[in-house]
Design a protein around this ligand. Structure first.
Ligand code: FES
Length: 108
């Protein structure tokens, strides 16, 4: 095996700016987010409780958990404030033509 295994999750025109798209990638819920012209993929479940991040707001390169307001950096998955203390996994994204591909190989 060489390199991460990228899988198509959607097309670019399915993504609206700052509106997360929830996809299922081999049983893993992933939020795909287009913001400021860049596409990110982040594990959909908040690290604080079992809440879907796709229902939160996207702003300043972060996605906000709607329940208690922790924001997670879409590049690193790190929370910028409480109550969440643990990061959420983020995944590499590749754009091929109109296709958006995500690899579940976790970025370190
Ligand atoms: S469930 Fe996300 S911050 Fe509490």
């Amino acid at each position: 095996m060489s390199g991460p295994n990228f899988v198509k999750v959607c097309t670019k025109d399915q993504l609206a700016e700052d509106t997360p798209l929830l996809v299922d990638l081999d049983g893993t819920p992933v939020s795909v987010v287009l913001t400021e012209g860049e596409v990110f993929a982040i594990y959909d479940i908040c690290s604080h409780a079992n809440v879907s991040l796709a229902e939160g707001e996207v702003e300043d390169g972060q996605i906000e958990c709607w329940l208690h307001g922790s924001c997670f950096d879409l590049r690193t998955g790190k929370p910028s404030g409480p109550p969440a203390t643990r990061p959420v996994p983020v995944y590499p994204v590749k754009i091929e033509g109109d296709d958006v591909l995500v690899s579940l190989t976790q970025e370190s």
